[in-house]
Ligand binder design. Sequence first.
Ligand SMILES: [Zn+2]
Length: 240
Amino acid sequence: MNLEESFQMAVKDESHRQTFLDKVRGEFGLPEYIRKVEYVPKQRVSRREGVETLMLMNPSPLARYFHMKQRKGSVFVFPSAFEEEISGYKNSDDFLSTLVDHEYFHAKESFENPSLIHLSPLSWYVKRQKTLKEYMADISLSLPNFFFMKIFSFFDVKKVFEKRTERLKSFVNDTHAFVDAYELRAYRNELENFKNRNCSTEHMIDVALKIRRFSKDMSPIIIYKFDKEGNIMSQEKIDI
Ligand SMILES: [Zn+2]
């Protein structure tokens, strides 16, 4: 059975999914930065996006929390990765595009340069502390007024809270920007590897749309079809 047949079998029969993942490992080997690739029968839903996760890279806690290099990550694959109406995967290359060119890429960055991909809890803590410290400084500025029986103005308090909310908001925005940046790098890696794969047009458009979303680039998507000699046969503009 070739890889494509094995993939189609895994789509139809859940009991074949881990076998398919093992076959992928057998054919291409496992890079040094991957511990294992495992099928998880319980579907996961992304907290940020509210959509079903297809697969994810789970880093070593030492990489995630302490930014230690050379720590392997694991990739977990969920049921929706085998359901075409959710994943959009039409063939094994669509699947491998996400598994190898995207999730492995996250694992490679985590292995080689963890601070590129993990906002460590330590940095969250420092940022939170700073917010709190600044907040206390704002309050203490208002205190002398209070002791001099001046009005500890409602507006002062309001201002302080507004400032604090602003800071928290910008912190959340920073975090989103950080995630968007490493997602963008992974999707770009998928794009670069299309030339080595036989992905469906639908999957390629899907990746192009993700890149557009994460980079906030609104340029149109153009699909070129090439002949065997590499000449452009057709060009189609997609407006979505
Ligand atoms: Zn990703």
